[in-house]
Design a protein around this ligand. Structure first.
Ligand SMILES: *[C@@H]1O[C@H](CO)[C@@H](O)[C@H](O)[C@H]1NC(C)=O
Ligand SMILES: *[C@@H]1O[C@H](CO)[C@@H](O)[C@H](O)[C@H]1NC(C)=O
Ligand SMILES: *[C@@H]1O[C@H](CO)[C@@H](O)[C@H](O)[C@H]1NC(C)=O
Ligand SMILES: *[C@@H]1O[C@H](CO)[C@@H](O)[C@H](O)[C@H]1NC(C)=O
Ligand SMILES: *[C@@H]1O[C@H](CO)[C@@H](O)[C@H](O)[C@H]1NC(C)=O
Ligand SMILES: *[C@@H]1O[C@H](CO)[C@@H](O)[C@H](O)[C@H]1NC(C)=O
Length: 433
């Protein structure tokens, strides 16, 4: 059964835009609490995860939590291995939230934007809303234009969430992610390591052999070789092998999107600061990206009058509405809709015309969804194309389900090589040059 849902990638753009706020060249103070400093032995950006506890009254469903972190419900559901996006959470239930981690100069962090509500303070939001995954002194430093004692409802505040990228050495040894976890009073090192299926030695050395008893209420880093299945409330049943496999595939896809967002976010940040430049180029493998990024930036800047971007305002609450409900189709549905990819449904390349529930879509089969989505983001910016669903099959192919369009730029992109379309052409539509 297809899960209820609908998605546009466009919000990724805004997310990226938000990362790219202007900044001063302040020195990061040493955080004697948790050391998340960047390293020459680690990439400057990566996918990372944080553990968040569902908490009454406000943060008891994925909608609220995905709005808080500006990530999709689906991605949280997948990372946390929940059965459904609408599942009722229990108090203190642990969720795994995927974030893009980026070296912002001296320290890794994932900047999350938060809209101040009545009576909020930096301290309250850091310690209770974000549950100490961030630090209020750091937040105050990052938001120099805001008076800590005089916050007003509607102010947008950036909270740097602690995160870290594995070093190249760790990656070689199989460490895929570093998870940020806030130490609890009742925690012990062996119990926490076991919960994440990480070795005690790895956890201790990752945290510079700090005294964990003194780390209560502070973030610690857990290096993992794969995402753990955290304990679930007792009434839910364990998932079978098939759904586990599906979860892994979907996570892979979503981390692809996240990686895309993080690399672009970091990359655009370099227009203001150079830190991650070399890394980003290595990552994208193309010098021409600089030009593209500059154009992206320009396009954003020229969009200030758009209703979606009010200058200085971030629109994260709307984000999960878009990103949070992509249609995830079972491969079976795609196969039925295209008569198992029959030749007469082929429109060109690996794209097929598909009829799903009476509506016509274009379905593109791809091995490299990441590259497709990268280009889609650019196209999407000009509102030419809409991704409405995805499906992954078991041999690693991804089906991207698009609005069907008879002609125009969209056709060119869908039915021929994506490389035919270069960003400058596209942006001449989006941004008046
Ligand atoms: C953390 O560092 C600050 C100064 O940077 C210092 O005043 C404070 O005592 C330190 N806290 C601990 C627990 O070491
Ligand atoms: C969640 O809880 C609400 C009310 O407590 C209930 O109406 C709803 O059916 C529950 N949803 C699920 C998926 O159990
Ligand atoms: C987070 O935002 C601050 C302030 O805009 C900026 O200085 C910093 O580089 C950003 N960090 C990351 C990791 O993007
Ligand atoms: C965060 O840390 C403070 C003390 O540093 C503590 O009072 C508070 O309860 C912690 N928040 C959570 C959600 O555990
Ligand atoms: C825990 O990790 C080890 C390797 O580090 C692996 O062999 C084992 O299957 C993992 N256990 C679970 C439950 O994931
Ligand atoms: C660890 O910290 C706790 C609480 O701050 C302290 O009582 C204990 O002596 C410390 N242990 C070591 C080995 O430093």
């Amino acid at each position: 059964m297809p899960m209820a849902i609908s998605a546009y990638l466009q919000p990724l753009f805004f997310l990226i835009y938000f990362f790219n706020v202007s900044q001063t060249t302040a020195q990061a103070p040493s955080m004697n609490t948790t050391d998340s400093s960047c390293s020459a032995h680690a990439p400057d950006f990566c996918d990372a995860y944080v553990v968040y506890r569902a908490r009454a009254p406000d943060y008891m469903n994925l909608g609220k939590i995905s709005d808080l972190f500006g990530v999709s419900r689906l991605s949280i559901k997948e990372a946390s291995n929940l059965d459904s996006e609408d599942e009722n959470l229990t108090s203190d239930q642990l969720l795994i939230i995927p974030l893009s981690c980026c070296c912002g100069g001296t320290d890794f962090s994932s900047n999350v934007s938060y809209e101040i509500k009545e009576d909020d303070s930096f301290y309250f939001v850091s310690t209770f809303v974000f549950e100490n995954l961030t630090n209020y002194q750091e937040a105050e430093r990052l938001n120099p234009s805001l008076h800590p004692t005089n916050l007003r409802s509607g102010d947008q505040v950036i909270f740097p969430i602690f995160c870290k990228c594995p070093t190249y050495d760790q990656s070689k040894k199989g460490v895929q992610f570093i998870i940020t976890y806030v130490w609890q009073p009742s925690d012990g090192i062996s119990q926490v390591s076991a919960m994440f299926n990480a070795s005690v030695d790895d956890v201790t050395s990752e945290n510079d052999f700090r005294n964990f008893t003194a780390a209560v209420a502070l973030p610690v880093f857990i290096p993992v070789t794969k995402l753990p299945l955290l304990p679930k409330p007792s009434n839910s049943h364990a998932s079978g092998e098939r759904s586990r496999r599906h979860r892994l595939l979907t996570i892979a896809l979503w981390s692809g999107i996240a990686a895309l967002a993080s690399s672009l976010a970091c990359f655009l940040g370099f227009l203001h600061q150079r830190y991650c430049r070399r890394e980003a180029l290595d990552h994208e493998g193309s010098e021409s990206e600089i030009g593209d990024a500059a154009k992206l930036k320009k396009a954003f800047d020229s969009q200030e009058s758009s209703p979606r971007i009010k200058q200085g305002k971030l629109l994260l609450p709307g984000l999960s509405g878009y990103l949070g409900k992509p249609i995830v189709y079972e491969t079976k549905v795609i196969m039925e809709a295209t008569m198992s990819l029959a030749a007469q449904y082929k429109i060109g390349g690996t794209t097929y015309r598909a009829t799903i529930n009476g509506e016509v879509f274009a379905v593109k089969k791809t091995k490299d969804a990441k590259e497709e989505l990268r280009i889609l983001q650019k196209l999407n910016h000009t509102n030419l194309i809409k991704l409405t669903g995805i499906s992954t099959d078991l041999d690693g192919s991804t089906f991207l389900v698009y609005e069907y369009a008879e002609n125009g730029l969209l056709n060119e992109w869908l039915y021929r090589s994506p490389r035919l379309l270069q960003a400058p052409l596209l942006f001449s539509h989006g941004a008046k040059e």
